[in-house]
Design a protein around this ligand. Structure first.
Ligand code: UDX
Length: 438
């Protein structure tokens, strides 16, 4: 891939959004430096070692480093001074009250102001509350030491973990929140090789599109999870309900998979941050509170169902297959599996855990939790168990030999938190089974 014009880009933040964007911009032919304040991470990346699992990322990073149009730096100052366009992709973690912590974003804006050695376009890529772009503008304007010009823009990222590279090159739309023709043209130039419609708006609107999109997707999930509860009570099948609903093109089939709820670093925090900023602006977005409540309720419901089947949990053994918040990633942030493992352990259950990709991260996240053991294969984990819980729908779990599992379990009971198994087959193989809403 080669662009008509190569831009000098600095991506600040080598997390999921920043590192993927940096690697993909370099593939588009731009000259990219990716900055992070974690020295270890920068060193690792320079040595071509990836800080997290993302399919296709390593190859792009290696390619960029080899062709010398992708570099990693610790110095934010140097990164900013050597670039024309600065993408802010630093973390915006949730504060205790649910609002987004914007201190890292503000620090980049301040450093950009102090290092304005030429015209610069400062672009917000992290998910931020509406009006953050305005704040970035103010910080730069109030702190710059010269009369050089700058622009601020918003270009929210919609990539999914595990499919991030694909999502970058084949997005449904590219949202550009700009306030000058120059900024619009630069951003269109940067993405000129990506075939997707541009949606050009003002900065506030672009920022809001991101929060609204993620919140809507989370709402779809909570909606179908609420319907799954009614299905369980009424003896209906959520899988059929969701399939038939999704066939209506006005509804669409995506994000209608019932289960133990959504996790990951985006949905839980974005829902809170969107509710918070809405309230601050004067609107109580009660629907979002309910979306969160329904989501948290799914974990409680799943645990209640296990108890209902097993009776007393003390000294029982449960195998947990799948720990990451979804398949295709080793990310454990806000993974429903963490809450479930913690709760079962507190009830005195001995836990045998397995995940194809997130064992390393799980060991750190679940450190200190009693009665937890990690196993190298799903079969080793289920041996001797009274119950096996499927908590992440990894493909390899669908291929497990049910006959073998039944033989090695103490009690043949499957709790399917993702409705990922063929219920008929599982029952025919002689297991007790429950899913969510089926
Ligand atoms: C999400 C958005 O999809 C992406 O556009 C945004 O940029 C970041 O947040 P991601 O967090 O990577 O991406 O995961 P996603 O694939 O959207 O899944 C989020 C969670 O919802 C997962 O825990 C998943 O298991 C759950 N989910 C998803 C359901 O429970 N049911 C569904 O039908 C779909």
């Amino acid at each position: 891939m080669k662009t008509a014009r190569k831009y000098k880009i600095c991506v600040v933040g080598a997390g999921h959004v920043g590192l993927v964007a940096a690697a993909c911009f370099s593939k588009l032919g731009h000259k990219v430096v990716c900055v992070d304040n974690d020295r270890n991470k920068i060193q690792m990346l320079k040595e071509m070692s990836m800080p997290f699992h993302e399919p296709g990322l390593e190859a792009l990073v290696k390619r960029g480093l080899k062709r010398e149009n992708l570099n990693f730096l610790f110095s934010l100052t140097e990164g900013i001074r050597s670039s024309e366009v600065i993408f802010i992709a630093v973390g915006t973690p949730p504060k205790k009250d649910g609002s987004a912590d914007l201190s890292s974003v503000e620090n980049v804006a301040y450093t950009a102001a102090k290092n304005l050695n030429s015209y610069k376009l400062v672009v917000g890529k992290s998910t931020v509350p509406v009006q953050t772009g305005k704040r970035i503008q103010e910080i730069i304007e109030n702190n710059k030491d010269n009369g050089l010009k700058f622009d601020v823009a918003s270009n929210p990222e919609f990539l999914r973990e595990g499919k991030a590279i694909y999502d970058f090159f084949y997005p449904d739309r590219i949202v550009l929140g700009v306030e000058s023709k120059k900024a619009e043209n630069i951003l269109k130039g940067i993405y000129s090789l990506v075939k997707a419609p541009f949606v050009v708006t003002d900065i506030n609107t672009a920022e809001l599109i991101k929060h609204a999109s993620n919140s809507f997707l989370a709402t779809k999930i909570s909606f179908i999870n609420a319907v799954s509860r009614v299905c369980d009570l009424a003896g209906a099948d959520i899988e059929k309900v969701s399939k038939a609903m999704g066939m209506d093109r006005r509804i669409g089939s995506a994000f209608l998979q019932a289960g133990i709820g959504y996790g990951g670093f985006c949905f839980p925090k974005d829902i809170e941050a969107f509710a918070y900023i809405s309230k601050k602006l004067g609107y109580e977005f009660g629907l979002l509170r309910e979306v969160r409540n329904i989501n948290q309720g799914q974990v409680v419901y799943f645990l209640r169902k296990i108890k209902g089947k097993l009776g007393s949990l003390k000294n029982k053994r449960a195998a947990v297959l799948g720990l990451s918040f979804k398949p295709g990633t080793d990310d454990m942030r806000f993974a429903p599996a963490v809450k479930i493992v913690e709760a079962l352990s507190q009830e005195g259950v001995n836990l045998s855990l397995y995940d194809p990709k997130s064992m390393g991260k799980s060991k750190k996240v679940l450190k200190g939790i009693k009665r937890v053991k990690f196993f190298k294969s799903p079969y080793a984990a289920v041996a001797g168990a009274d119950c096996v819980c499927f908590l992440t729908e990894w493909d390899e779990f669908r291929k497990l030999d049910l006959r073998k599992i039944k033989k090695i379990m103490k009690h043949p009971f499957i709790a399917d938190g993702r409705n990922m198994l063929d219920k008929k087959k599982v029952l025919a193989a002689g297991f007790e089974y429950f899913g969510i809403g089926r």
